[in-house]
Design a protein around this ligand. Structure first.
Ligand code: DAH
Length: 479
């Protein structure tokens, strides 16, 4: 299975390297001056930034995570319930609109100005100030501010939403997917540091952790945890004591392990019921904590679970940078918090055994009728329609001042022309002409519908549109 980036590592290492020519890009999209309307709000496009397309905008109102008979909605509900089962500490925000400011998505979280996550090849911009959120962390600051203002008396919150990223096309990638963000807050009892009694928040953290550990202990599917707890290369923040870091990270890690043990337990149970050879089904789950880097947490980690012969990355998390808390209105040294971000679609695909992510978006009743509120069942494929391949090969332009084209731009052209009728797009050939130095690329587009047979005429027309758009927008020489 392909490695998928649902919990997108906002790490410096993820620099897009897929630019095919080095000329400075003049203008990526020319949407003219037509006003863009998303979720009832109007935005002025900007020729230098706007790359959100009508087909993307049409997906912004679907809210699959709120549907109680959809795999993504069922999973969201299950995780919320599990997290709240210990001490009912989390308030759920599930209806934030997808357009956020660049400040919310990046700056509020400490993303450097030149961070690759900000690039137009990875992110859908509405204009220079607004974009389709690329992660639910975009709402962290706002929710921290709500918690600070006393608008809620809960010490934690969860944010679930659809998130948007320009990406490749295959069975596990879709430009929209869903995440759940979780944060937990403790107010520091600073007065106690002058006396000999244990500060109130330490006692509270110990109690909260104990409750969580007890619950984890009662889970039917045990998690075997590999965790190098050292902070080498993953330093703590100065304002926190070693004890606070220890308690807060344990509470964070046990909370996530609880969710994983619950969700995977349901899957293992259903496998046990349907498999003849139940002895092959594992009775415990292996997980491991890996050091990570995110601009708004320190220290930071990712968790991976061993599932069907490979390590799956499920979730990024860490202790929230004090800077974010201060921006939300908390006084210096007053607050301790953890945060996590979890990709829902990949887990839902695995639990419900959904073979192609496009199925989540189909309106076909044969898909929609298979799921019920609160139940994790195995999807029964209703039919597999034949697929048809078409190659598109082209020379990249060599002249100066032409559009710089990124692989994701090609993906976007294909999505715009064919939408969910494309199963995958893969680079199958690439070479440089020895004499002219010109570069040629060949991509294979696999057309296949989830719901019906496609005719040859229909596919030819789609392919023609892809070819025309490629040469029109990027001046490539079709072969
Ligand atoms: N927003 C990150 C992503 O999309 C996931 C994440 C990592 C969220 C660490 C967090 C966190 O809150 O602390 O990859």
């Amino acid at each position: 299975m392909l490695h998928i980036k649902y919990t997108y590592k906002y790490m410096a290492s993820r620099i897009p390297l897929k630019y095919w020519c080095s000329q400075v890009c003049s203008r990526l999209y020319s949407n003219g001056s037509k006003i863009i309307e998303i979720g009832g709000k109007k935005y002025q496009p900007d020729g230098n930034f706007t790359n959100v397309t009508p087909s993307m905008i049409s997906l912004t109102g679907r809210s699959l995570h709120l549907k109680d008979r959809h795999p993504v909605g069922i999973l969201r509900d299950a995780i919320e319930n599990k997290l709240n089962s210990t001490d009912n500490a989390f308030l759920a925000y599930n209806t934030y609109k997808p357009v956020v400011s660049t400040y919310e998505n990046f700056d509020s979280l400490g993303f450097p100005k030149d961070h690759p996550g900000r690039s137009k090849s990875d992110t859908y911009y509405v204009n220079s100030k607004y974009l389709l959120r690329t992660h639910t962390s975009a709402h962290e600051l706002e929710c921290f501010a709500k918690a600070k203002s006393g608008e809620t008396n809960k010490p934690g919150f969860l944010i679930s939403a659809d998130v948007y990223r320009r990406d490749e096309i295959d069975r596990t990638h879709y430009p929209v997917f869903h995440q759940m963000e979780g944060c937990r807050i403790w107010n520091r009892d600073n007065t106690a540091y002058t006396s000999n009694v244990e500060p109130g928040h330490i006692t509270k953290m110990r109690e909260d952790l104990k409750k969580l550990e007890q619950q984890l202990h009662q889970q039917q599917t045990k998690v075997v945890v590999e965790d190098d707890t050292s902070l080498d290369g993953n330093p703590k923040q100065n304002y926190m004591t070693d004890l606070e870091v220890d308690l807060c990270s344990k509470h964070l890690k046990r909370s996530i392990e609880l969710v994983i043990s619950d969700v995977f337990h349901r899957k293992l149970e259903s496998l046990r019921k349907t498999n003849k050879d139940a002895s092959e089904i594992p009775t415990e789950l292996q997980v491991r904590w890996i050091k990570a880097y995110f601009p708004w947490t320190a220290p930071s980690w990712e968790i991976e679970v061993w599932w069907q012969g490979e390590w799956l990355e499920l979730c990024g998390c860490g202790l929230v940078q004090e800077d974010v808390l201060k921006k939300a209105g908390y006084a210096p040294d007053s607050t301790i918090s953890w945060a996590f971000g979890l990709g829902l679609d990949r887990i839902a695909m695995l639990l419900f055994e959904i073979p192609d992510i496009r199925l989540f978006w189909t309106q076909d009743e044969r898909f929609q009728k298979q799921f019920q509120k609160g139940i994790i069942n195995t999807f029964k494929p209703y039919s597999k329609y034949p697929s048809t391949m078409r190659d598109v090969a082209f020379w990249l332009p060599q002249t100066e001042n032409v559009e710089k084209i990124h692989e994701n731009d090609l993906m976007e052209i294909v999505r715009n022309a064919a939408g969910d009728l494309v199963e995958s797009v893969k680079l199958v050939d690439e070479f440089v002409h020895p004499k002219s130095g010109k570069k040629s690329l060949c991509y294979r587009i696999n057309y296949q519908s989830m719901d019906r047979n496609l005719t040859n005429n229909e596919i030819n027309a789609l392919q023609e549109e892809v070819r025309n758009e490629l040469s029109r927008k990027y001046n490539v020489h079709l072969r």
